[in-house]
Unconditional design. Sequence first.
Length: 99
Amino acid sequence: MATSSATTAAALVMLMLFLAAESKYIAYNTSQSIVHGKLNVHLVAHTHDDVGWLKTVDQYYVGSNNSIQIACVQNVLDSIVPALLADKNRKFIYVEQAR
C-alpha cells in the first residue's frame, strides 16, 4: 500500500511539474560577473537517479533501501520546488522518467 501511494504521489508530482514546465530560450546576462583571466563557472542543479538500475521507482522516491545507495527523490522535489518559487531566476533540470 505504501509503495502504491508513493508511486501515485510521484506520478502526480511529475504531472504537475510537466504541466507547469515551460520550454523557451533563456538568455543569461553573465557579463557583470565575469572575471577576465580566471575560470568562470556556471552551475546548473540537476538530478541523476538511474531509476530501475539499483532501486525501484518507489525506493528512489521515498529513499528506502539505503544499503544500496542513498537517494530520496521526494526530498529533492520537496526542497527544489520552494526554492524555484522563491527566486524566478533559478533553474532546475529534472531528467528521470520511469513507470
